[in-house]
Design a protein around this ligand. Structure first.
Ligand code: ADP
Ligand code: MG
Length: 400
């Protein structure tokens, strides 16, 4: 894979496919981690006199302009971080994009509007995607792929566009791939994986792979309940993916056969109601054993015994991969499990990788120093698919 150093960027229009897909509350960015992560790449191109065109998606608009998903707040934030004016095109490949990008002088930066405002970006039809990529290619002379959070998508700006322009990987992608390699090649042991988050089905494929690689797998979050169910426990009204129970059983059996320690919660915080994440009104949860969840209650975080257990299982690790919060961390009464795992990572001497949009946001929102972790990935789905051993379209397109 070529890097930015292999491109002659001075005086040329460089298209940077970034991942500025940040969480928004209205027009307020609640976590700017992804913008800060790609800013050094953009600053380097500015420094070298490129005319930088930054593009990204944000959220899931339906292939047409939708003000709720405008990248304007992200463009403003990027300008603040870079400490320079950033122009903003109010479309992707239209009049505004053409005039804004044509007007760039050396060292200037422009951000295009949300790429998913054009249906060609995510189209399954090669020709439709290709047509959009052609229009994007007309805006620039060179391509830098640095949107790690989107490299698992076969989208026009990620996959088709780099095939149309001389291209290189940006510094963020180079770093992310370097870190993930450390988890797949010659991993230092014990290698402990902590998995949480909402849906089991999102993470089954990675569990399948990790059973072959990890020494210990700790499961929390919403996905724990499908495993508890597989173990024969009742889980009340907790998140449950009944159709995944057989797969969970198979993994538990395979882990045992391979001598991989598969650790499930021993106690959980439960409530009859999902907490109010807006008002954060006190939730008054009960603590119950994991095999005694009342029929009318929902598990929303791992309990105190589980926190201690998981901390002890992380203490002697040499490598840790953590994906997915242990509970509904967005509410303070259910943030304790996620905090405990984050703290255990900080207390260990392990090389720690945090993957997953919500996990990374949780670490920052809960007040941890992100620099104290080995690496916080900007890509949840992308890092999981990499660990699954899949070919990622956005990386493959940068290869040649
Ligand atoms: P990531 O983005 O880090 O990969 P996910 O998107 O898989 O993580 O999951 C994050 C979400 O999981 C959070 O919004 C959190 O509230 C939710 N969650 C965690 N534990 C539970 C639970 N027990 N019940 C319901 N939702 C949960
Ligand atoms: Mg998520």
């Amino acid at each position: 894979m070529k890097t930015i150093d292999d491109l002659q960027v001075a005086g040329r229009r460089v298209f940077v496919r970034a991942d500025l897909n940040v969480p928004l509350d209205g027009t307020t960015i609640t976590d700017d981690g992804r913008i800060r992560a790609v800013a050094p790449t953009i600053a380097k191109l500015v420094e070298r006199g490129a005319k930088v065109i930054v593009a990204s998606h944000l959220g899931r608009p339906k292939g047409a302009p939708d003000p709720a998903f405008s990248l304007a707040p992200a463009a403003r934030r990027l300008g603040e971080i870079l400490g320079q004016d950033v122009a903003f095109a109010t479309d992707t490949v239209g009049e505004s994009a053409r005039s804004v990008t044509a007007g760039l002088t050396d060292g200037q930066v422009a951000v295009l509007e949300n790429l998913r405002f054009n249906a060609g970006e995510t189209s399954k039809d090669d020709a439709e995607r290709g047509a959009f990529a052609d229009q994007l290619a007309a805006l620039a002379e060179l391509y830098v792929g640095d949107g790690f959070g989107a490299v698992h998508r076969k989208h026009a700006s990620v996959y088709d566009l780099p095939q149309r322009l001389p291209h290189a990987a940006g510094d963020l992608i180079a770093t992310e791939v370097g870190v993930l390699k450390k988890l797949t090649q010659d991993v230092k042991r014990p290698y402990v994986v902590a998995l949480g988050g909402a849906k089991v089905s999102d993470k089954l494929a990675v569990i399948d792979q990790l059973i072959e690689k990890a020494d210990r797998i700790l499961v929390g979050g919403g996905m724990a309940y499908t495993f508890l169910k597989a173990k024969g426990h009742e889980v009340g009204i907790s998140l449950l993916q009944e159709d995944q129970v057989p797969a969970c059983l198979e993994y538990l059996a395979r882990a045992e056969k391979r001598g991989v320690e598969f650790v499930l919660p021993v106690d959980v915080l439960v409530s009859a109601e999902f907490p109010d994440l807006k008002t954060k009104a006190p939730a008054h949860p009960d603590i119950v054993a994991a095999d005694a969840i009342p029929a009318d209650k929902e598990g929303l975080d791992i309990g105190p015994k589980t926190r201690e257990l998981y901390a002890s299982k992380l203490a002697d690790a040499a490598t840790v991969f953590w994906n997915g919060p242990m509970g509904v961390f967005e509410h303070p009464d259910y943030a304790g499990g996620t905090k405990a795992v984050a703290q255990a990572l900080l207390d260990s001497d392990a090389f720690t990788v945090v993957g997953g949009g919500d996990s990374a946001a949780a670490v920052r929102l809960l007040g941890f120093d992100e620099n104290a972790f080995g690496h916080i990935s900007t890509g949840g789905g992308a890092s999981l698919e990499y660990l699954e051993g899949k070919t990622l379209p956005g990386l493959a397109a940068l290869e040649d």
